[in-house]
Ligand binder design. Structure first.
Ligand code: ADP
Length: 592
C-alpha cells in the first residue's frame, strides 16, 4: 500500500473514530435533554400534586365549616374547592404515565367522587336540619303561647309547661352540641309534658305537640345523618384522599428521583463516552502517527544514506526498500537506476582512461616521430648542402669552361643542370628553414609588431614601389613572442600578397590586430587573385602549390613555415577568401 494511502487510511480511522464518538455524544446529549424534558414535565406534575394537596385540605376545611355552620356561602366555597380539585385532576390525567401512578390517580378520582357524593348528602341533611329546626322553633313558640294561654293553672299544667320548656331547652342544646343524652332527655321531657297535658282539651296544642315531637325526631335524625356523614363517611374519604394524595406525591417524588438519576446516569454515560472516546482517538492517533512515522522515517533515512553513499561513489551492495510497492519503493528504484548509472559512468571512465592513455602514448610516439623527422630533414638538408654546392660549382665551371665548345645541346644540358642544382639549393634552404623553426630558439621576448611590420616593409620597399602598392595597418601590439619567427610570418604573408596580386587592380594590403581572450589575431587582407575553398588545407602543407613555376615563382614552403610558427606561438593560421576578389589570412598568437 502506498504511503499516501497509508496516511489517508490512518487519518480516516481517526476521523471515523471521532465521527462515531460524535454520534454517541450526540445520542448521549439528546438522551440527557430528553431526560431533562421528562424531568421538567414531571416537576410540573409535581407542582400540580402539591396544588391538589392544598386543594384537598381547603375542601376539607370548608366542608368542616359548612358542617358546623351550614352557611350557603360556605357551600359555594366547597363547590369552588371541588371545582379546583377537578380541574387539577383533569390536568394531571394527561401527565400520569406510570401504571402505579395511574392506579393511584384512578383511586383519587373515585375517592373524590365518593367524597363529594357524601358531601351532597351531608348538605341535604344539613339543610333539612335547618328547615326542621326552624319549624321546631315555630312550633315551640306556638306551643309556648298555647301553654301560657291555658286557663287551667293546675299543677299538671304547670308541670307540663316546665317539662316542655326543659324538652325544648334540651333539644336546642342537642342542636348546638349533639349529644344523645340531651336528645333522650328532651324526648322524655316531651313525653312528660304530653302526659301532664292528657285530659286538657286543646286539640291545636296536642297537634302542635305531636308535630313538634315528629319534627324534633326528624331533626335529630337529620343531625345524626349529617354528623355521621361528616364524621364517618367524609372523614374516611378525606383520610383516603389524604393518604392517596400522599402516596401519589411520594410516587411522583420517587419518579422524580428516578428521572433525576436517569438524567445523571445519562450525563455520566455521555461523559464516559466522551472521555473514553477522546482517549481512544488520542491513542489511535498516536499509534497511527507512530506507525506511519516508523514505516516512513526509517526507510527514508536508509534510502537517503544510500543516495549519499552512491553520490560519494561508495559501493552499495543492496538498495534498501527495493521491491516495496509504495513511494519508498519508487525511491529505491530511483536509487537502483542511480547505482546502475554510476556503474556505467565508472565503466565509461575506465574506457576513457584507457583511451587517454593510448592517446598519450600515440602523442608521444608522434612527437618522437616528428622530432626524428625534423632531425632527419635538418641533417639531410644540412648534409646535402655540401655535395650540392660542389655539383653546382662544377656545373658552373663546366658551363664557363666549355661554353660554345661542346655544341648547343651540351650548353643547354649544362644550363639545365645548373638551374636544377640552384633550385635544389633553394628547396634545401627552405627545408632547413622549416626544420630550424623552434630549434634552439631563445626564450620569448616582448616584440613590437609595428616595428616588425616597418622592418618587413623596408625589406620589400623596392617591390612595393615597383607595383605602387599600398600597405595600410591598424594599431599593432607589443606582445610576447619570438621576434625572428614573427618577422618571417610578416614577410611570408606580405610577399605572398604581393606575389598573388591581381595585375589589373592597384595592390592593397590591410594589416590589423585584434585582442582575444588568449592573445591576438592578426589579419592580412589583400585584394589579390583569391583561393578556392577546396585548397584551404592543402596550401599549408610543404611543397604544395596551386600554380606552376612558370606562372608564379615559389617553393610551396612559405605557408608551411607560417603554420609551424603559429603552432610555436600557441596559435593557428587560417584564411577566408573569395576567388578573384582577395584573401584574408588570420594569424593567431597565444599567451606565451
Ligand atoms: P609559394 O612559394 O608557392 O608561394 P606558399 O606556401 O607561400 O608557396 O603558398 C602556397 C600557395 O598558396 C601558393 O602557391 C599560392 O597558390 C597560394 N597563395 C598563397 N598566398 C596567397 C595569396 N595571398 N593570394 C592567393 N594565393 C595565395
Amino acid at each position: 500500500m502506498s504511503i499516501a494511502s497509508r496516511i489517508l487510511l490512518g487519518f480516516g480511522l481517526v476521523i471515523g473514530l471521532i465521527a462515531v464518538l460524535g454520534f454517541f455524544q450526540y445520542r448521549g446529549i439528546s438522551e440527557t435533554a430528553r431526560g431533562f424534558e421528562r424531568f421538567r414535565t414531571h416537576s410540573e406534575m409535581q407542582g400540580r400534586v402539591h396544588t391538589l394537596d392544598r386543594q384537598v385540605l381547603e375542601l376539607q376545611r370548608n366542608v368542616l365549616i359548612f358542617t358546623a355552620t351550614g352557611h350557603e356561602a360556605v357551600l359555594s366555597r366547597v363547590e369552588a374547592s371541588d371545582a379546583g380539585i377537578r380541574e387539577t385532576l383533569d390536568a394531571l390525567a394527561a401527565r400520569v404515565t406510570n401504571a402505579e401512578q395511574r392506579a393511584l390517580y384512578e383511586r383519587l378520582v373515585s375517592f373524590r367522587d365518593t367524597y363529594m357524593e357524601a358531601f351532597g348528602r351531608l348538605a341535604e341533611d344539613r339543610f333539612r336540619r335547618d328547615a326542621l329546626l326552624a319549624r321546631a322553633r315555630e312550633l315551640a313558640t306556638e306551643i309556648g303561647h298555647r301553654l301560657e294561654g291555658l286557663s287551667d293553672s293546675s299543677p299538671r299544667v304547670l308541670a307540663a309547661r316546665a317539662a316542655f320548656s326543659r324538652a325544648d331547652r334540651e333539644l336546642m342544646s342537642y342542636v348546638d352540641r349533639p349529644d344523645s343524652v340531651a336528645a333522650r332527655t328532651a324526648k322524655q321531657n316531651l313525653r312528660a309534658a304530653e302526659g301532664d297535658l292528657e285530659g286538657i282539651a286543646d286539640a291545636a296544642l296536642h297537634a302542635a305537640l305531636q308535630e313538634y315531637d315528629r319534627t324534633s325526631l326528624q331533626m335529630v335524625q337529620a343531625i345524626r345523618g349529617y354528623l355521621f356523614l361528616a364524621n364517618v363517611v367524609l372523614a374516611g374519604q378525606a383520610a383516603e384522599l389524604d393518604y392517596n394524595t400522599g402516596e401519589f406525591r411520594a410516587g411522583s417524588r420517587a419518579q422524580e428521583q428516578a428521572l433525576l438519576q436517569a438524567v445523571a446516569q445519562s450525563a455520566q454515560r455521555s461523559r464516559t463516552v466522551a472521555v473514553t472516546g477522546a482517549l481512544g482517538a488520542l491513542v489511535l492517533g498516536m499509534l497511527v502517527a507512530v506507525s506511519i512515522g516508523r514505516s516512513i522515517a526509517g526507510p527514508i533515512e536508509r534510502i537517503t544514506e544510500t543516495f549519499v553513499d552512491l553520490a560519494e561513489g561508495r559501493a552499495v551492495e543492496q538498495i534498501p526498500g527495493i521491491g516495496r510497492v509504495d513511494e519508498i519503493g519508487d525511491m529505491a528504484s530511483a536509487a537502483q537506476v542511480f547505482k546502475e548509472r554510476n556503474q556505467q559512468t565508472e565503466e565509461l571512465l575506465e574506457v576513457a582512461k584507457g583511451r587517454e592513455a593510448r592517446l598519450e602514448t600515440q602523442r608521444m610516439e608522434l612527437e618522437r616521430a616528428n622530432e626524428e623527422l625534423e632531425q632527419f630533414a635538418y641533417v639531410a638538408s644540412h648534409d646535402l648542402q655540401e655535395p650540392l654546392r660542389m655539383v653546382g660549382n662544377y656545373v658552373q665551371l663546366l658551363g664557363e669552361e666549355f661554353d660554345g665548345k661542346l655544341g648547343d645541346e651540351a650548353d643547354e644540358y649544362i644550363r639545365f643542370a645548373s638551374q636544377g642544382a640552384h633550385r635544389m639549393q633553394v628547396l634545401i634552404n627552405e627545408l632547413l628553414d622549416l626544420s630550424r623553426v623552434g630549434r634552439g630558439e631563445q626564450a620569448p621576448t616582448e616584440v613590437d609588431t609595428a616595428g616588425v611590420l616597418a622592418s618587413v616593409e623596408r625589406d620589400l620597399s623596392a617591390r612595393l614601389e615597383a607595383i605602387a602598392g599600398r600597405v595600410r595597418s591598424g594599431a599593432l601590439p607589443t606582445l610576447r613572442g619570438y621576434p625572428g619567427q614573427l618577422h618571417r610570418v610578416f614577410q611570408n604573408l606580405m610577399s605572398n600578397a604581393i606575389k598573388y596580386r591581381r595585375p589589373d587592380v592597384p595592390f592593397e594590403l590591410a594589416i590589423d590586430a585584434e585582442r582575444t581572450d588568449a592573445g591576438w589575431i592578426f589579419s592580412f587582407r589583400d585584394n589579390g587573385i583569391g583561393i578556392e575553398p577546396r585548397h584551404y588545407d592543402r596550401i599549408f602543407k610543404i611543397f604544395q602549390r596551386l600554380h606552376s613555376r612558370s606562372e608564379y615563382e615559389g617553393s610551396g614552403m612559405g605557408l608551411a613555415i607560417v603554420r609551424k610558427i603559429a603552432e610555436q606561438h600557441r596559435g593557428r593560421v587560417w584564411l577566408e577568401s573569395t576567388p578573384g576578389e582577395g584573401t584574408t589570412f588570420f594569424f593567431e598568437v597565444g599567451e606565451l
